[in-house]
Design a protein around this ligand. Structure first.
Ligand code: CS2
Length: 446
């Protein structure tokens, strides 16, 4: 089978060809983090915006460390396909949004030079929660690039597309602490990003081959749903993302809280409870007897009371649609993928919910169950005795801490002194030890 590239595009059905050909548009965006999520989310919005309204907004993609995606992309003239899987139908099309690709680990200076280049007016980031630290390599590159750019005075927007509360403000804090002058020429619009895009596997490549008729080693598979809410603060201009369905707003915070606490919170709940019960994927976790009802209660009793829905949105409907999305069996999203980096994810997904309910005098039972499940998960043994890997930047701290609520890096100080909450978590921990997840789910949902 031929390999996807500029010269094989003509072999594809017209509907599968990219609306933008790399090379036809100049670069205007530099993106840090070439993972599956970027390729199926921001890259697709940007390509559609260029197709609808023009503009030199091609994306220079930067792979921070691994070359696992970079090399296949370079072999394919930066083309890759996005497969949309809804459980019954599959559709594939090639995306041509990337106009350049760089490897930060081997050539950091090239990345710095590109950030300093006035043609680049936007830097977007999908670098995962754990990269938002003063000592991260990504932040170092950004700061060096912005310092070199300062001489040109050219304005730029830095756009975090990671699942963090107040992602724009968080990035602003990190960058301006390291480089106070950045406050003058740089904006930090906050965003809410949403699309389920599991890491690509051999199955994804096989699916791309059968849908497209060419081999694509950089294909990504995603659900049909996609959302991008962006604060409209782009001093150097921006693509017409609204033409691709993005919501441009003055304040992304209400969407963000809803998304992090409901969608990501329940996703993590399914990941820990599911992994303990032996479910390899999110859809299988959701299909465990009693799981769906337990998740509905978690949303209704514990999460919803902490949220102010954005205008026109109902939390109940949002929650039910999130559960329907998790039921997508074609995605085969691994519970272990969602479970990784729990210490970086749980604060914005679950701990804020627990803290808010405690402040209101309520005991969030279901959220406490999820926390107990995480605590059992990080101890490394599933209900049937099989080992569970711990992939977390604080893995050593977790292993060395006898009482996890004392992990001050993630838990608000109030938790360890909250005897009622402690007792509730301990109660669930005992139940999990004695009976396992399957029994608890049946009891909770009865
Ligand atoms: C998931 C998210 O891996 C995870 O932790 O919860 O990546 C999730 O799929 C996306 O945020 C959906 O928008």
């Amino acid at each position: 089978m031929e390999r996807l590239s500029l010269s094989t595009l003509d072999l594809l059905d017209a509907a599968a060809r990219p609306p933008v050909r790399p090379g036809d548009v100049g670069a205007g965006i530099l993106h840090l983090g070439l993972g599956a999520f970027h390729r199926a989310h921001q890259a697709v919005y940007t390509e559609e915006a260029i197709a609808a309204a023009g503009g030199d907004w091609g994306i220079v993609g930067v792979a921070p460390r691994s070359r696992a995606v970079l090399d296949p992309l370079l072999e394919q003239d930066l083309l890759y396909s996005v497969l949309t899987l809804d459980g019954t139908r599959a559709q594939g099309r090639v995306c041509g949004a990337l106009t350049g690709a760089l490897h930060a680990a081997s050539d950091p200076d090239a990345v710095v030079a590109r950030i300093a280049d006035p043609d680049i007016r936007i830097v977007t980031l999908t670098v995962t929660e754990k990269a938002y630290r003063p000592d991260s390599a990504v932040l170092g590159l950004l700061v060096r690039g912005l310092a070199a750019r300062a001489a040109t005075g050219a304005p730029i927007a830095l756009v975090s597309c990671d699942n963090l509360a107040g992602n724009g403000k968080r990035l602003r804090g990190l960058v301006t602490r390291a480089l106070p002058s950045a406050a003058e020429h740089v904006s930090f619009p906050g965003t809410t990003v949403d699309r389920i895009v599991p890491a690509g596997t051999e199955d994804t490549h096989a699916c791309a081959a059968s849908l497209l008729g060419v081999e694509d080693r950089a294909a990504v598979a995603a659900e049909p749903f996609s959302q991008w809410v962006i604060e409209d603060d782009f001093p150097g201009g921006r693509p017409a993302w609204e033409r691709a369905g993005a919501v441009m707003t003055a304040d992304a915070a209400p969407y963000e809280r809803l998304k992090l606490r409901v969608l990501n919170g329940v996703h993590s709940a399914l990941a820990y409870l599911g992994a303990l019960a032996g479910a390899p994927t999110i859809d299988r976790a959701l299909a465990l007897p009693g799981m769906r009802a337990t998740m509905e209660r978690l949303i209704e009793a514990d999460i919803a009371p902490t949220l102010e829905p954005p205008p026109g949105l109902s939390i109940e409907r949002y929650g039910l649609s999130a559960l329907d999305r998790f039921a997508n069996s074609a995605l085969r999203h691994r519970t272990l993928q969602v479970a990784m980096d729990g210490t970086q994810k749980l604060p914005q997904r679950l701990l804020g919910t627990i803290a808010d309910r405690r402040a209101a005098g309520a005991l969030p039972r279901y959220a406490a169950l999820v926390l107990a499940a995480w605590m059992r998960f990080v101890r490394g043994t599933a209900d049937d005795g099989s080992p569970l890997p711990l992939d977390d930047p604080l893995a050593d701290r977790i292993r060395a801490t006898p009482s996890l609520l004392d992990l001050h890096e993630i838990f608000p100080p109030g938790f360890a002194d909250d005897t009622e909450l402690r007792a509730e978590i301990a109660r669930w921990a005992r139940e999990l030890d004695r009976h396992g997840v399957a029994t608890i789910l049946r009891a909770v949902s009865a």
